[in-house]
Ligand binder design. Structure first.
Ligand SMILES: C[S@@+](CC[C@H](N)C(=O)[O-])C[C@H]1O[C@@H](n2cnc3c(N)ncnc32)[C@H](O)[C@@H]1O
Length: 233
């Protein structure tokens, strides 16, 4: 295990929602099903990374493992990494029930994960990089770049804010829409997200990806605050 310097960011601290809380983890899938189309997400990732039986894929911030488990049916090995042992335990149990045996669930984070196998064909991360402040996002992206083989793909999907004139009206309208369409808990979680987590601006995220060495092949905006980047090493 690498010794981290004293100035290093502690990525085990929980910012915003506490994903080490068993109650949060138990309700996670149920909440996500209400606001996400997980099957479509899996198809989008498959289209972008084109998984093959000889491929090794890493997912960082795997959460309850839904995507890692789906991808494991199409590639040789999946490394599913998360800082929360509670999340990893839920993901491991789900993989066992679905009889998936080619996934390694590993406790680690964007900054601390040390890859042991051969260079990766793809790295995927959904709704997790915003847990790091911007400077640390850059270090995380540089680390991901170093783990990929040349031509390898980074699929990054996260909450990223648009560059607009008035954030007060933008956020209050967005939160009101969420309250109506998804309910009070999701709206309150989004308020916590804005206040305590580290979602950045679209132009900063693009700059960070490019500074880390990536070529952005495709950018898609699913909504005004959800961006997806398909990048190549
Ligand atoms: C919103 S959940 C997303 C989970 C899953 N990717 C999904 O799409 O449903 C965020 C996840 O990122 C994890 N996480 C937070 N900080 C992290 C870090 N520095 N490195 C890796 N994972 C992290 C949390 O424990 C949590 O499981």
């Amino acid at each position: 295990m690498r010794q981290l310097p004293k100035w290093f960011y502690n990525e085990n601290q929980q910012v915003g929602t506490d994903y080490t809380d068993i109650k949060e983890v138990q309700l996670y899938d149920q909440r996500m099903e209400r606001i996400r189309d997980i099957e479509k997400e899996v198809e989008d990732v498959k289209d972008a990374v084109n998984p093959r039986p000889n491929h090794s894929i890493l997912e960082i911030g795997t959460g309850t493992g839904e995507l890692a488990i789906a991808l494991s049916e199409h590639c040789g090995r999946v490394y599913a990494v998360d800082t929360s042992l509670t999340m990893l335990e839920a993901a491991r149990k789900k993989a066992q029930i679905r009889k998936r045996t080619n996934i390694e669930f590993l406790c680690g984070g964007f900054l601390s994960y040390q890859h042991q196998g051969r260079p990766l064909d793809a790295v995927i991360s959904q709704l997790a990089l915003h847990h790091l402040p911007d400077f640390w996002k850059l270090l995380a992206l540089k680390s991901i770049y170093s783990l990929l083989q040349p031509g390898g793909i980074l699929y990054l999907r996260d909450v990223v804010f648009p560059s607009i004139a008035n954030y007060y009206s933008y956020f209050s309208e967005l939160i009101e829409e969420m309250r109506v369409s998804a309910g009070e808990i999701i709206a309150a979680e989004f308020e916590t997200h804005i206040r305590e987590e580290f979602s950045t601006l679209d132009w900063i995220m693009e700059g960070l990806l490019q500074s880390a060495g990536f070529k952005i092949k495709n950018t898609a905006n699913e909504s005004s605050f959800l961006a997806c980047y398909v990048c190549e090493k």
